[in-house]
Design a protein around this ligand. Structure first.
Ligand code: FE2
Length: 439
């Protein structure tokens, strides 16, 4: 069960405890059912009303009852952007390996790998892109990021995410956003893989629509937030609460489940979104709209119109543009573009770029359709056609110039060293004295 809307003031009570939310105030002397009141702040207290985010959680025990945090080793999660020398080349990764459960049980937290990123968690300005690959559910362990918001895009395998706010089931082709500080535990159902965009210091928003009007792209009502659900469970062996703090992991142990929130209200809560609900807008005459027309969510920087990161998708749609080279144009961008593929074949590169893999086209590094795609699309008869049927490619686009980690360059062993070759056979069609060229 979910509540619909983006950034709403929600309120929810577990049906086992009707009236658990205090009436008319947040902090009664004694809360209904003897619960503790705890505020989770997602913005400075003093933020303008439109960007002020907080929720009140009414829980069996407050989060503060825990043993001290201790460092927890996790080799592949990093915000050290100087591990390897900068590399401006086009990078493409084959599908990232998922560990086999028979060989090694790996849960969501153990399976986090940072591929690239930029900026700083301490000054609260930056992003990190992680890949998760796992095969086992988290047991008596939960996780939260003190550093930023996680936008999770599953590519293989469903995730049942138990959060302090309730349960979210996320399937490939859906995404969910779990914001800074929210505790969650991930159940998986076999081999599991996906992508994470983490943003520090800002939250995801719906993009402004300008002349598009009041409706379109991702509509607010299609965002779903879970309803309150609690368990009262003591864990004598210890429940591990794992915090990602300043780029490192720390664990603290407590003897009860943190999913003990009986009721909550507020506008700071996790949500999910089905990418199929995206209302695609595109050119119906000629030429391309820029890919920003496909923006689902944006994390704005302080510079007007410039995002720390945009989440952009390339969903199935109709291509109808006349007298137009329809695949994406050749491009050099001041932004950095990390792409992933949930399913199907990406329209600008039929092979090579596979579901569960990725690519990075860094600031001002040229990219565009491969030679085969160019030849085919230049000669194609322009009829209305389904573009990207059965696929879902996406882009994390950032104004930051991202560094790749050692895991991304070396350890994962998935970098496609031959990627540049897909453009090598692009040949000149220039015919001096012949203005009209037929391909
Ligand atoms: Fe581009």
């Amino acid at each position: 069960t979910y509540m619909s809307g983006f950034g709403n003031e929600f309120s929810s009570e577990d049906p086992r405890c009707p009236g658990a939310l205090p009436e008319g105030q947040n902090n009664p002397q004694v809360c209904p059912y003897g619960l503790y009141a705890e505020q989770l702040s997602g913005s400075a207290f003093t933020c303008p009303r439109a960007s002020n985010k907080r929720s009140w959680l009414y829980r069996i025990l407050p989060s503060v009852r825990h043993k001290p945090f201790q460092a927890l080793e996790q080799k592949h999660l990093t915000h050290n952007w100087d591990e390897v020398e900068p590399d401006p080349n086009q990078l493409r990764w084959k599908p990232f390996h998922i560990p086999k459960a028979e060989e090694k049980k790996v849960d969501f937290v153990e399976g986090l790998h940072t591929v690239c990123g930029a900026g700083d968690v301490r000054s609260r300005n930056g992003i990190a892109i992680h890949i998760y690959t796992c095969n086992t559910s988290m047991t008596d362990r939960c996780f939260y990021s003190s550093d930023g918001d996680f936008l999770i895009a599953p590519q293989k395998g469903n995730l049942l995410i138990v959060t302090e706010f309730g349960k979210i089931l996320v399937e490939p082709n859906e995404i969910c956003v779990i914001q800074q500080g929210m505790r969650f535990s991930v159940e998986v159902f076999g081999e599991t893989r996906g992508y994470i965009l983490e943003v520090f210091g800002v939250h995801f928003e719906l993009p402004d629509l300008g002349p598009i009007g009041a409706n379109g792209l991702a509509n607010p009502r299609d965002f779903l937030t879970p309803v309150a659900w609690y368990e009262e469970r003591t864990v004598p062996g210890g429940y591990s609460v794992i915090s990602k703090y300043q780029g490192k992991l720390f664990v603290s142990v407590q003897d009860f489940s943190p999913f003990n929130v009986v009721a909550w209200h507020g506008n700071y809560a996790p949500y999910k979104y089905n990418l199929e609900n995206f209302m695609v807008i595109n050119s119906v005459a000629f030429d391309h709209a820029d890919p920003s027309i496909f923006t689902v969510l944006t994390a704005k920087s302080l510079r007007p119109g410039v995002a720390i990161a945009d989440f952009v998708i390339f969903p199935p749609r109709w291509g109808v543009a006349n007298k137009t080279f329809r695949p994406p144009y050749y491009h050099r961008n001041c932004m950095s573009e990390f792409m992933g593929l949930i399913k199907g074949h990406y329209e600008a590169k039929e092979g090579g770029f596979q579901p569960g893999g990725g690519s990075l086209h860094s600031a001002m590094t040229p990219h565009g359709p491969d030679a085969e795609c160019f030849e085919k699309a230049s000669a194609a008869k322009l009829e209305p056609e389904r573009v990207a049927a059965g696929t879902m490619a996406f882009m994390f686009e950032s104004s930051l110039s991202m560094a790749v980690t050692r895991w991304g360059i070396e350890t994962c062993s998935r970098l496609d060293k031959e990627y540049y070759r897909c453009w090598e056979s692009l040949r000149s069609h220039f015919r001096p004295g012949q203005k009209t060229v037929t391909m």
